[in-house]
Write a protein that binds this ligand. Sequence first.
Ligand SMILES: O=C[C@H](O)COP(=O)(O)O
Length: 258
Amino acid sequence: MAERKPLIAGNWKLNNNHLEAIALVQKLAFSLKDTDFDAAEIAVLPPFTNLRSVQTLVDGDKLRIVYGAQDVSAHEKGAYTGEVSGPMLAKLGCTYALAGHSERREYHREDDALVNQKVKAAFAADLTPILCLGEGLDVRKAGDQVSHTLAQLEGALKDVTAEQAARLVVAYEPVWAIGTGEVATPEDAQEVCGALRGRLGELYSDEAAGTARVIYGGSVKSDNIAGIIGQEDIDGALVGGASLKPDEFAKLARLGRE
Ligand SMILES: O=C[C@H](O)COP(=O)(O)O
């Protein structure tokens, strides 16, 4: 089976100005050791305005923390006021860009077709998209979480190549678990993550499905990460609230170890 390095990514959402960003990344770097970075890839996803400061800090201090953006424009350039393109993010040293976070889907009416364009825009700029998907409470209550998330996956991957799919990150984030303190059980998270990986195999190849990473997000904390990451098809976590506290995120990035 392919070796997949766990990814622990902190999505700061609309929190921290660039000065606070520097302080948080410095504290994180101070708490984490080389062995932690050997065990997991540790990423922060700050607001756009912080990326240049984070880049300067990471480059200057040769930190092993990687970083990315919370969104990426579907367009490369042009008259798209307020948008930030993949090439701009790549120039800032970003490794990752989120695409289709549920808060973008809900508050900015992003649908699978737009998320698909964003995924392709990220790949075109040599960024790794973290494709976010997940069901709401009504879908979960109806027991349709697998078919719902598989449809989101297929919609978002239209015209994505096997080579690209092999380096994709898919983040399964049940909407009912985001920011609620109600984390999915490891078994529930594995059910969907396993189905997502299986569908990647059907759409592309076993090889692509074996190297793509599938991570879980939704109320992940240092005291519940171990059970989640212990599942066969879960390769890490997308962390919101807990990523804003340096000690807690450092512990979480150590996969719950002290
Ligand atoms: O992107 C992160 C997710 O929305 C999870 O957020 P949370 O850890 O605050 O529940």
